[in-house]
Design a protein around this ligand. Structure first.
Ligand code: NCD
Length: 303
C-alpha cells in the first residue's frame, strides 16, 4: 500500500505518469466519472483549509466516490484528547483513503504507522505540503511544457511556508534549476534546505529585494506570511506587507514569466495583477483538482 507523505515518495518517472493521467482527466473528465464508484475518501483536517480539503472532496466526487470527514479538530474526538494514531485506526474502518492536515510536523507519518488505508499528507505544520507541490508541478508542466531548466524565485515567508519547502525538494530532482530565495532576514529559508542544496551543488542565491531579481525569473512563486506560525503578533504585523507584487513592478519581469501562488493570498499580490496573462494562480487551483483525481486513482490502484 502506498501513501503520499513527502513529494519524494514518487520517483520523477512516477510523477510523469501521474501528470499524464491528470492531463488525460483534464481532456476528458467524463471518462473518469465512475472510476471510484463505491469508494470513500475521508478528509481529516485539524487545521483550516479551503483549497486542499475542497479540492480533494471535489476530486473524489468527480471520480464517482463519496466523502466523509471533519474540517475542524474541535468537531472531532481530537477535542477529547484522541491521538492521531487512534483516529486513523478508526477512519481505516470507515473509508478507503484518507487526506489529513495537521498543525504538527510529522503527523501524517504517525498516521501511516497505524493506517490500513492510503494516507495523503495535506500539510503537516511548517514541514511539507506534497499535494500542493503536485499541483505546482502540473501547472508548470502544463503551461511551460517542461519541468526543468528554470530560474525560479520563491518570495515571501520561506521560513514557515511548507509549500515552498515541499516544492524545493521536488524541483531539485529536475535538471537546470536555479533558485532565487527572496525574503526578509527573519523569514529566510531554513538552514537544512540550504545544506541540502549545497550538498547537491544546486545553484541558489538569497536576496531581500524582489525588484533586484525579477528580470531574471522564469517562474515567480509568491507566498503569504504564515501568521499562524508566528510566536508574536508584532513580528507578523511588521513583516506581513514586506512584499507586494504590483502591475508596476511586473514591468521589470519577462513577458513569459509565470506567477504562481498556492493561495490564500493576503496582500502580497495586488488584485490588479490578476488580469495579467502571466498570473497563473487561479489556473493552479483547477490543476489542483485534476492532480488530486489522478493521485486518488493511483493510490487506490485504479490508474
Ligand atoms: C497553503 C498551506 O496551507 O500551506 N495553502 C494551500 O494549501 N494552498 C499555503 C498557505 O496557507 O499560505
Amino acid at each position: 500500500m502506498r501513501h503520499l507523505i513527502s513529494p519524494l515518495d514518487f520517483t520523477t518517472e512516477e510523477l510523469d505518469k501521474l501528470f499524464d493521467l491528470a492531463s488525460a482527466i483534464e481532456q476528458d473528465p467524463q471518462k473518469y466519472a465512475h472510476v471510484c464508484d463505491g469508494k470513500i475518501l475521508a478528509t481529516c483536517f485539524y487545521e483550516p483549509s479551503t483549497r486542499t480539503r475542497l479540492s480533494f472532496e471535489s476530486a473524489m466526487i468527480r471520480l464517482g466516490g463519496q466523502v466523509i470527514g471533519f474540517s475542524d479538530a474541535n468537531s472531532s474526538s481530537a477535542a477529547k484528547g484522541e491521538s492521531v494514531s487512534d483516529t486513523i485506526r478508526v477512519i481505516s474502518c470507515y473509508a478507503d483513503i484518507c487526506a489529513m492536515r495537521h498543525p504538527k510536523e510529522g503527523a501524517a507519518t504517525v498516521a501511516v504507522a497505524k493506517s490500513r488505508i492510503p494516507v495523503i499528507n495535506g500539510g503537516d505544520g511548517g514541514h511539507q505540503h506534497p499535494t500542493q507541490t503536485l499541483t505546482d508541478l502540473l501547472t508548470i508542466r502544463s503551461l511551460k511544457g517542461r519541468l526543468g531548466n528554470f530560474t525560479i524565485g520563491l518570495c515571501g515567508d520561506l521560513k514557515f511556508g511548507r509549500t515552498v519547502h515541499s516544492l524545493i525538494h521536488a524541483l531539485v530532482r529536475y535538471p537546470g534549476i536555479r533558485f532565487l530565495f527572496i525574503s526578509p532576514e527573519e523569514l529566510r529559508i531554513p538552514d537544512y534546505i540550504i545544506e541540502m542544496l549545497k550538498e547537491k551543488k544546486i545553484p541558489f542565491r538569497e536576496v531581500i529585494r524582489l525588484e533586484d531579481v525579477l528580470p531574471d525569473l522564469d517562474l515567480l512563486y509568491m507566498t503569504r506570511v504564515q501568521k499562524e506560525r508566528f510566536f508574536n503578533e508584532e513580528d507578523y504585523v511588521r513583516l506581513k506587507d514586506f512584499y507586494i507584487l504590483t502591475a508596476e513592478k511586473l514591468k521589470l519581469a519577462r513577458e513569459d514569466m509565470l506567477i504562481l501562488h498556492p493561495l490564500p493570498r493576503v496582500n502580497e499580490i495586488d488584485v490588479e495583477v490578476d488580469d495579467d496573462p502571466r498570473a497563473a494562480y487561479f489556473k493552479q487551483v483547477q490543476y489542483g483538482v485534476y492532480v488530486r483525481m489522478a493521485l486518488i486513482m493511483t493510490l487506490l490502484e485504479l490508474a
